[in-house]
Design a binder for this molecule. Sequence first.
Ligand code: HEM
Length: 251
Amino acid sequence: MTQPRAAVATTTPLSRSLREGTRHAHRVVESASFIQGLLRGVVDRRAYARLLESLLHVYTALERALERHREHPGVRPIYAPALARRDALLADLAFYDPTGALRRGSPSPATLDYVARLRTLDERAPQLLAAHAYTRYLGDLSGGRVLRTLVARVLQPPPDHGLEFYRFPAIADAAEFKRRFRAGLDAIESSPTRARAIVEEANRAFAHNHALFRELEGSALRTLLRLLRSYPSRQPLDRGGPAHAPTPVRT
Ligand code: HEM
């Protein structure tokens, strides 16, 4: 018996739909000012700690939901405890926020929105959780390596501190793991309508991440202004200003 041609032609693997369907959102988030701020060295430890604190809430909600629904057909093929980031975030926060001041404060509005969405999916639409796992974990395994280098260069934590988030001790080969994760996505049974909903949800996940970065842009800008304001007082007046870019303030 021959396969109906239309069925073959219209079945796009979910991993490909996600990659193609979020390409624009990826470009947007990659060029967010906060990331650019990291590149330019104007993100300080305090701003970075706030990002980690937000991510702790996000991953706590995501990982709780994935765990709860690990037998759901939309979650089981991509469920991988080796990806879990919660403990790594706690370890990094112990370094960047040693007094726990951030932990005692309220989560930011963008964090609350992101977490609320994850809780809604946990309660009512676990079939869409794969979109959030895709956006965060494949991102962490991909651009995460670039971010690690940036964070190490800009914030200069001492050896063995502050970079746990980028370490996956249970994953020996990230490229192979990503390949298997994509195969897991492709094994999720989904109609074209369901696949579209998952891609739409992934775009929503990117938008939530962009909102987290946008919230932090203000603090990167404040760091820059603080540096500029403090600069003349550290320079003899007759030198005519800085001969090189200011280095970031470490808090
Ligand atoms: C400095 C910022 C970033 C850089 C340089 C970066 C870079 C990259 C690169 C090079 C890849 C391709 C890896 C490959 O083909 O194996 C990738 C993939 C990916 N990134 Fe990013 N990224 C950044 C930020 C982000 C952020 C903030 C997110 C989401 C929160 C994200 C989500 C993803 C996802 C989901 C993929 C997998 C795409 C796919 O193959 O389907 N990235 N990133």
